[in-house]
Design a protein around this ligand. Structure first.
Ligand code: UT7
Length: 328
């Protein structure tokens, strides 16, 4: 069909929170964090820096990288679990901040799997009779706005950031699509494993909900770990099977950067540990920005060339998981 990724961008906040800093806040150690998660530092947004601020910077960088202007965008899809507001959407704020013309825009909430859900959705809308020509897909997260800084089992894991890609349909049937095969999945039966209980219609903000820290992340870590490995491996295998591509043909594997041990387990089960791209040590878990940040780093560092096959996989609250085989 001719739908390609023509540009990537990211926004990484300047402030850095180290493991040494966290040692001063909770009963933890650099040794525990590095051994159990692989994380060394994470970037933290300023108090007044919102998800849409970071999304707009990532979007502008992606547009520059693509060599196009905001007024050429036909649709904006943002993935986030940390919107600036319940409404309006982050995508509407991005439309205004980058000066895109009045194109449709909406947010997707599939937690850490959101970027791959958004790419699947955008591709579907471009390939459908809607026929959008250029689409901006963004993952933007201020995860630290949901962190309980007194809970050592979660506060060491997350960081902030945003990433964007520009998709374009060049209308040339001889141009291979970036989308080779995809898989999106969910299991709501285990939705309480990873949850922010407060702030929604189930528990609107009250003095008790705030003092009880119900507006922060609660996670069953070990069970989530186990399901993350099995679901990402299953999704990757399905995508490889659907596409008829062998693991050997994959040039880069980009797993969601939540925990180095999860990444290693997935890569070893798929037999592709040497193909894995890693930056969890520098950013921690940036939820739906994670895979886009990896893609942008690979792109800007010239580590991917036209035609390379990239296998991305993610997992998050919902529970949701997804895999996507991308042809560069
Ligand atoms: O983004 C998608 C979703 N999220 C994930 O994929 C995260 C999945 N889960 C994980 O990455 C891991 O389960 C964690 C990193 C969260 C935890 O690692 P773990 O190896 O599963 O540790 P654990 O929860 O089994 O805890 C082991 C011990 C416990 O102490 P006891 O009970 O054995 O005395 C914890 O209290 O480690 C303790 N612990 C810590 N110790 C020092 C938990 N957090 C910390 C900490 N520093 N930060």
């Amino acid at each position: 069909m001719g739908i390609r990724i023509i540009g990537t961008g990211r926004c990484i906040p300047e402030n850095i929170l180290t493991n040494d800093d966290l040692e001063k806040m909770v009963d933890t150690s650099d040794e525990w964090i590095v051994t159990r998660t692989g994380i060394k530092v994470r970037h933290i947004a300023d108090k007044d820096q919102t998800s849409s601020d970071m999304a707009a910077v990532a979007a502008k960088n992606a547009l520059d990288n693509a060599g196009i202007t905001a007024d050429m965008i036909d649709l904006i899809v943002v993935s986030t679990v940390t919107p600036d507001y319940a409404f309006p959407s982050v995508s509407a704020l991005v439309q205004k901040k980058i000066g895109a013309r009045k194109c449709p825009c909406f947010d997707i909430e599939a937690a850490c799997s959101g970027f791959l859900y958004a790419l699947n959705t955008a591709y579907g809308m471009m390939a459908s009779p809607l026929a959008y020509k250029r689409v901006l897909v963004i993952g933007a997260e201020k995860m630290t706005s949901l962190v309980n800084w007194e809970d050592r089992s979660t506060c060491v894991l997350f960081g902030d950031g945003s990433a964007a890609v520009v998709l374009e349909n060049d209308g040339n049937p001889d141009t291979p699509d970036f989308y080779v095969a995809g898989e999106v999945a969910a299991d709501g039966e285990v939705s309480d494993l990873l949850i922010v209980p407060g702030g929604g219609s189930a528990m609107p903000a009250t003095v008790e909900s705030v003092t009880g820290k119900f507006h922060t992340i609660k996670m069953g870590g070990p069970k989530t770990f186990q399901l993350a490995v099995t679901s990402m491996v299953t999704a990757c295998r399905k995508v490889l099977e659907k596409s008829g591509v062998s693991p050997e043909e994959v040039v880069w594997a980009i797993p969601h950067q939540a925990n180095r041990r999860i990444i290693d387990a997935v890569a070893n089960k798929l037999g592709i540990p040497e193909k894995v791209y890693l930056n969890v040590d520098r950013y921690g878990n940036t939820s739906s920005a994670s895979i886009g940040i990896c893609l942008d780093e690979l792109n800007r560092e010239g580590k991917i060339k036209k035609g390379d096959l990239i296998l991305a996989a993610s997992f998050g609250a919902g529970l949701t998981w997804a895999a996507l085989l991308i042809r560069w």
